[in-house]
Design a protein around this ligand. Structure first.
Ligand code: HEC
Length: 179
């Protein structure tokens, strides 16, 4: 009787072991899920930039910058250019995550300069030659500016491609100069 119990117990132990092993094997056999590629997309809307003045200030520059020419009022000696990063985003393996929003505001004491622009990491091959960034002209309050025809001033080739053309100089830093 005792012998039977023992052999049943041993038999059961082996069975348990066999099941555990086969489960382990199954787990190892599972092919890892493919990492999501450029399928994610973030499309900014009129509310996306509203609180930009409260975001992390990444950079403050004053005075003219020869590399800017007239862009971002870079030729004005009294100008201050502030760059705000939403949630202080950092690049991950050299690229900013989809949904990253960066706003830059240029002003001067005489109020002759007032320029607010933004870049948003839109993803999904939106603008593959310039890191899938979308460019924006904003109103000082963060609303998306409209052109004379009432169209929102946004896109991959805003200002006839001037934004992307110059930001291409920072291609090694995912097209962002300030970080
Ligand atoms: C002639 C070059 C040039 C052009 C054109 C230009 N930028 Fe920039 N941009 C810069 C530089 C340089 C900086 C870094 C900050 C600084 O020096 O003021 C910058 C900074 C920025 C930033 C902050 C993130 C960063 O890269 O540091 C945003 C957002 C931005 N630009 C958006 C735009 C948009 C939108 C346009 C088009 C309407 C535009 N830029 C056109 C040169 C340019």
């Amino acid at each position: 009787m005792k012998k039977t119990t023992l052999s049943i117990t041993i038999g059961f132990l082996f069975l348990t072991l066999a099941i555990t092993q086969s489960c382990k094997k199954e787990k190892n056999d599972v092919t890892p899920e493919p990492t999501p590629t450029a399928t994610q997309e973030f499309i900014a809307d009129s509310t996306s930039f509203l609180s930009y003045t409260t975001w992390t200030v990444q950079s403050v520059k004053t005075g003219p910058s020869p590399s800017l020419g007239t862009a971002h009022a870079g030729n004005d000696s009294t100008v201050t250019r502030m760059v705000h990063f939403k949630d202080g985003q950092n690049p991950v393996s050299g690229k900013y995550p989809v949904g990253t929003i960066i706003v830059k505001r240029s002003t001067n004491p005489a109020n002759t300069v007032s320029e607010t622009v933004a870049m948003v990491k839109r993803g999904n091959n939106f603008n593959s030659s310039i890191g899938d960034w979308e460019f924006f002209m904003l109103m000082p309050d963060g609303k998306i500016a409209k052109d004379a025809g009432g169209q929102p001033m946004r896109g991959a080739s805003l200002m006839s491609g001037m934004c992307g053309g110059c930001h291409n100089a920072a291609s090694s830093k995912d097209f962002i100069f300030s970080k």
